[in-house]
Write a protein that binds this ligand. Sequence first.
Ligand SMILES: Cc1cc2nc3c(=O)[nH]c(=O)nc-3n(C[C@H](O)[C@H](O)[C@H](O)COP(=O)(O)O)c2cc1C
Length: 172
Amino acid sequence: MPVSRDIYRAISASFPTGILIVATLDENHAPKGLLSQAYIGLSTDPPLMLISIDRTSRTLPALQKRRAFVINFLREGAEDLATLFASKSDDKFRGVRWQPSPEADGSPILREVSVAYAACRVSESREAGDHWIFIASVEAGEVLGGTPLMYYRRTYAAWSAERPAPPVEGVS
Ligand SMILES: Cc1cc2nc3c(=O)[nH]c(=O)nc-3n(C[C@H](O)[C@H](O)[C@H](O)COP(=O)(O)O)c2cc1C
């Protein structure tokens, strides 16, 4: 018999992660997005990334329609934005500066709050339990630098300054 929801959640909460905002455009070209931690760097060659979106997400229909999105990996200082994008607000992008990604069909790049971003086009999607999985080809992206924002047991915190992250190899 599978474990209970509570145990499943407690096990999952034992895993600290970076966090990201998945951003896309809806059919009226309005920006939509949500906070996520379910990310996999799936394949290097070809470059593929995987995200997992709850079927109750209000961003989900836009993702399914546009089949393109930007993964914005958040950096230190973006705690309030993370909280906003984890909410059901209709107006998450109000006052947020973003640029459209040509490679991801205009999906928002949140350059000022991200350590890196990846502009993606969906190659495969399927339902899995109460989520939808999207596998996407990485068409463009950039490492912007800074200290990543992490999530653990309902708390946001910057990557520990006691062990500063080394630079990314091969990227200037
Ligand atoms: C740290 C954290 C990680 C989350 N990860 C995901 C995720 O991977 N997939 C998902 O669908 N929702 C995730 N959520 C929940 C969504 O951010 C939340 O349900 C949000 O309200 C969805 O917004 P939307 O309905 O406007 O799309 C996460 C929330 C938090 C706080």
